[in-house]
Every structure is written in C-alpha cells, then in structure tokens.
Design a protein around this ligand. Sequence first.
Ligand SMILES: NC(=O)c1ccc[n+]([C@@H]2O[C@H](COP(=O)([O-])OP(=O)(O)OC[C@H]3O[C@@H](n4cnc5c(N)ncnc54)[C@H](OP(=O)(O)O)[C@@H]3O)[C@@H](O)[C@H]2O)c1
Length: 338
Amino acid sequence: MKAIILKKNGLAESLIENLIVDELPKPEIDDNEVLIKIHYAALNHRDLWIAKGLYAGIKIPIVLGSDGSGTINKLGKNVDDFNIGDKVIINPSINWGDDESFQSEEYRILGMPENGTLSEFIKIDKKYVYKKPAHLELMQAAAIPLAGLTAYRALFTKAKIKKNDNVLITGIGGGVSTLAMLFAIKLGANVFVTSGNDTKIKKAVELGAVAGVNYKNDNWHKDIIKLSDNNINIIIDSAGGDTISKSLDIINYGEKIVTFGATTGKVKDFEIRKVFWKQISLLGSTMGSDSDFKNMVNFVNQNKINPVIDKVFSVDDVVQAFLRMDSGEQFGKIVIKF
Ligand SMILES: NC(=O)c1ccc[n+]([C@@H]2O[C@H](COP(=O)([O-])OP(=O)(O)OC[C@H]3O[C@@H](n4cnc5c(N)ncnc54)[C@H](OP(=O)(O)O)[C@@H]3O)[C@@H](O)[C@H]2O)c1
C-alpha cells in the first residue's frame, strides 16, 4: 500500500527529502480491529511539528497523520457493529482512560508513535471508529476529527460556552480555530477573531463572525476591547506567547481563557496579578475524551456543520501541503486525497 513516510526530521526546506511516498505492507488486523481504506487524510500542525523535529518523543520512520476518512475494508472477528463499505471517520485520541478531566499515562495521538492516516490503509480498534456525518462528503469528513475534538473540548467541556457569549478565537486561519468558530456561531455566540491576514478576517466575518483584528498591529488587543464593548467572556487560544499576555487585558473579570497550543512559543510577560485580581480562570485543554469525541460528532450531525476546507492536495503533492501549512497561508483544513 502507498504511504507517506517521514524518514528524518528537519527544517521545512528538507521536507522534500524527508517525506517520502513509498510502499508498506497492508496491516494485519486483530479481532477487535477494522481495516479502513483511507480516502482522505487531513493535516494538523502536529504533523508539521513532528516533521520539523519540534515535538516530544519523536519516533522515525513513521507514517504521520491523525485525521482520516474512508471505508471499512475488513472486519475483525469481534466486530459486528460495522459493515464492509461503511463510510467512517477515526477518533485519533487513543487510550484517554477513565477520568474525563485528563488523559491517562497510556494516552497517545494517532500518527506517532503508531502509524497514522497518511496511508492507503490503516488498522484501528473499532471503538475509535465512527460513522461519517451523513451531510458531509468523505473529503469534508476527513477535516473533522482532531480539530473538531480539540475545538469541542475547549469550547464546551472547558469554557462551558453558552448562547450570546462573546468569544474571542485567535489565529482564525488555523484548522482548530475555524472549527471552533463554526461551533460557537452555531450555538449563538458572538465570535470575534484575530488573524495575521485581513482576507482571512473577511472570510471569518462572511462565515458569521462579528468582527476581527489583525494581530500584526501591536495594539490589536485594544481594538478587540473596543469592538466588543469591553465584554469578551471566553478566549480560545493556541498562539501562546504575547497573545496570552494580551488576553489577560482583554478578558472580562471572572471569565475564562482556554489555552491548547503555543504556536508562537513561551509567554514572556505573564502578569499573574491580572489573573488573580480579575478572577480569571486559565484553562488548559488537550484533544479530548471518548465522550468529547462522541458529543462533537453529535453536534456536527445535529447542526450540519461544514468544516472549512482550505485546499485538497493529491498524495504525490504532500510536501506542498506541508509547506503550505508551514507558510501559514491556509484558511481551514488542508486535505490529502488518496
Ligand atoms: N493541545 C492540543 O490538543 C492541540 C490540538 C490541536 C492543535 N494544537 C496546537 O494548536 C495550534 C494550532 O493547530 P492547528 O492544527 O489548528 O494549526 P494550523 O492550522 O497550522 O494553524 C495555525 C494558525 O496559527 C495562527 N497564528 C500564527 N501566528 C499567530 C499569532 N502571532 N497570533 C495568533 N495566531 C497566530 C495562524 O492564524 P492566521 O493564519 O489567522 O494568522 C495559523 O493559521 C498548534 O500550535 C498546534 O500544535 C494543540
């Protein structure tokens, strides 16, 4: 079977040599597993961090990829809730464990240390397999799992978002951010965004956001405060760094900041005084539990959420897809067609 194999880590320029489209044997399944023929995979920033060598516990060679959609190709002996040909998506959050509040020690994310979805076939335990949302094509469905799960837990499980909340979502071009925006808008929240690109802000407003500001302007946080009448009560952030420092100014007294990433690195100017004086809840969030995933898929089904797809690349152009993510040009999810 065809698979995209990361042979070595390195900088973006070396991706061409390090990410190879090659042949691997088709995986053998166990009794509780299914074999899925992947039709589409989608990239997450995690794949790029690993490819660049900027992730903990890297193991190579590896087939990356946490997001995938496809059809059931083979069933293990103990699998009776799926049929050959069923169109499915995969929950990439493996071994979450019993505690809803955090993941177990055995927790891992699909696509390292085990081979992931950037491959023609994948074997996976049936408990991580879900029917594809009926209103979505397989191409769109591939965009949902990792970003949808992360966005859902951050907004619903952690921030406990409600209708009419004023929510700031930073870096709106990102895969998780666009899905978080769609979820929050559907719930009836007022969504404000930031981006380094005015066209992306315009697109977000076309999709239902109230307004946005360009974070390349140093005073962007003051603009958000003005635009929202000093009334932001949830911030969803994966930029980290200076965005967190500014978020402490933006957020209302008694309200919540959810952090799930550090794209721009460490927070250098962290004023703890603002956290306690303003009674802010700073909430960490990572991926999500089995029930977060189930609830997310239900939300997507019930509300007919259509993820924002940036661009679809063929397997042979996978390096171009990684480079597009590295350049930050995307608005929404980058999808790979097998
Ligand atoms: N903890 C978890 O479970 C979890 C899960 C998923 C992702 N993450 C992390 O979350 C981040 C986003 O992941 P993703 O897959 O959605 O990535 P992505 O699609 O590559 O998006 C990254 C986005 O970061 C934004 N960005 C860059 N510089 C920024 C800045 N100075 N201020 C605000 N935003 C900035 C950009 O937004 P614009 O293009 O609009 O400028 C860009 O589109 C990554 O760091 C990833 O590792 C964590």
